[in-house]
Ligand binder design. Structure first.
Ligand code: AMP
Length: 391
């Protein structure tokens, strides 16, 4: 099948790498700027509004998906007149506005922190009164990797923070004194449905084991799987709510929801923070650590093929390479790949040293995700750190 991906970053890269292994070909619509998918298929370079470029991109595509939710709704809808867009354009909408997202979470049965909309400076005082301090002021849209947010320690700092954020529409959220953070990654696929039908049919939803995430400066630093310390009953409740939410959206593909975990005397509480209607950074470990990666399963879901097992192969630790690639890692990557070619078997990589290095080929810049490493096995944490420090 010919799959059209909107976007050309590392998520598009890893989707195409996974999809090519199961026989699909790829085409990309990429806005101006650097991309890392050139070697993986035809790249149409255009902004998202050029109808001629959209038609050119759509030519020969059997199914579309997106690797970035902040694509304009009109672009996703235009493309969906040529071939199905999966997940459907409305699924991306929910995640574009933090206020809508919170309301959506509440309707699905998730707990959310106190919040209030802030459209202009005059909204700040009532919002602060409702939410209290400390709080987080975040832009309603376009925020990712900790961008577009400020911690508010006292009311007097709020106006300055709003100005620093460009006086754009914001949300004021209560600061959550969480114990740790997790993400739940699910994949939903329709069964026995032809590629093009839009009628509601039976679907399968599978969950990856919960991922425990550590952020530094708002950017994901490390994911450990399985997440230790999550109450089984609380987890089941969250998974049930997420499954229902995906059913409501008639979702097809991978979805991630990030949670704050609070241990209180009354028990454990999960607070839904954010969702990503796409493959997610906290699922990168699944390339080596799960029987079927989030990328392969996303491709399987959008092409309406049977899903592969999401079960864990071995405990996994993923660490992002942000801003710079530690010296020696690039050399280790090519050395490993050479050895892998000479070892038979599906998971030869793991039999060698249990640490995989992924480098996306982007130019280094402070705060930019340039690659990641994944270590699997009982001593994954230790080996991941040994790999990074080179000792
Ligand atoms: P976000 O862009 O909402 O995913 O935020 C990035 C990271 O900032 C989160 O993963 C948390 O580590 C931290 N953060 C965001 N919102 C809050 C909050 N309301 N309370 C405490 N920490 C937060």
């Amino acid at each position: 099948m010919n799959i059209g991906i909107v976007g050309g970053g590392q998520l598009g890269q890893m989707l195409a790498q996974a999809g090519q292994k199961i026989g699909h070909s790829f085409k990309f619509l990429v806005p101006p700027g650097e991309c890392c998918v050139e070697s993986l298929g035809q790249v149409i370079r255009s902004d998202f509004h050029d109808q001629h470029a959209l038609a050119e991109f759509a030519q020969g595509v059997d199914v579309f998906t997106f690797e970035w939710e902040n694509v304009p709704l009109a672009t996703l809808e235009s493309l969906s007149h040529f071939a199905p867009m999966r997940p459907a354009p409305h699924c991306a909408q929910v995640a574009k506005d933090r206020i809508q997202e919170k309301k959506f979470f509440q309707a699905a049965g998730f707990n959310v922190q106190m919040f209030a909309p802030v459209s202009c400076h005059d909204d700040l005082a009532p919002a602060l009164q409702h939410v209290g301090v400390p709080a987080m002021l975040k832009t309603r849209g376009q925020g990712y990797d900790g961008k577009g947010q400020r911690v508010i320690h006292d009311a007097s700092a709020a106006a300055l923070a709003h100005t620093q954020l460009g006086n754009v529409p914001c949300i004021l959220e209560a600061f959550v004194p969480f114990d740790f953070e997790i993400s739940l990654i699910a994949v939903r696929a329709k069964q026995n449905a032809s590629l093009t039908t839009s009628t509601v049919s039976a679907a399968t939803t599978l969950f990856y084991p919960p991922c425990r995430n550590q952020h530094i400066n708002g950017i994901l630093h490390q994911t450990t799987v399985p997440a230790i310390g999550v109450d089984a009953q609380v987890l089941r409740h969250a998974q049930a709510a997420m499954e229902k939410m995906m059913e409501t959206m008639q979702y097809e593909g991978v979805l991630c929801v990030e949670f704050f975990v609070l241990n209180t005397p009354a028990g454990q509480q999960l607070i839904a923070n954010e969702m990503a209607p796409r493959v997610h950074n906290s699922g990168h470990w699944s390339i080596e650590g799960a029987h079927t990666s989030q990328f392969t399963n996303h491709i399987r879901a959008i092409t309406r093929q049977e899903l592969g097992s999401t079960a864990l192969r071995a405990p996994s630790v993923m660490i992002n390479l942000v801003g710079e690639i530690p010296p020696g890692l690039a050399a280790q990557k090519s050395f490993n790949e050479h050895r892998i070619q000479n070892v038979p078997g599906d998971h030869a990589r793991d039999e060698i040293d249990n640490v995989s290095v992924h480098i996306y080929g982007k130019s280094p810049r402070a705060g930019r995700k340039l690659g990641h490493i994944t270590a699997i096995g009982q001593d994954a944490q230790q080996r991941a750190h040994l790999t990074l420090t080179g000792h």
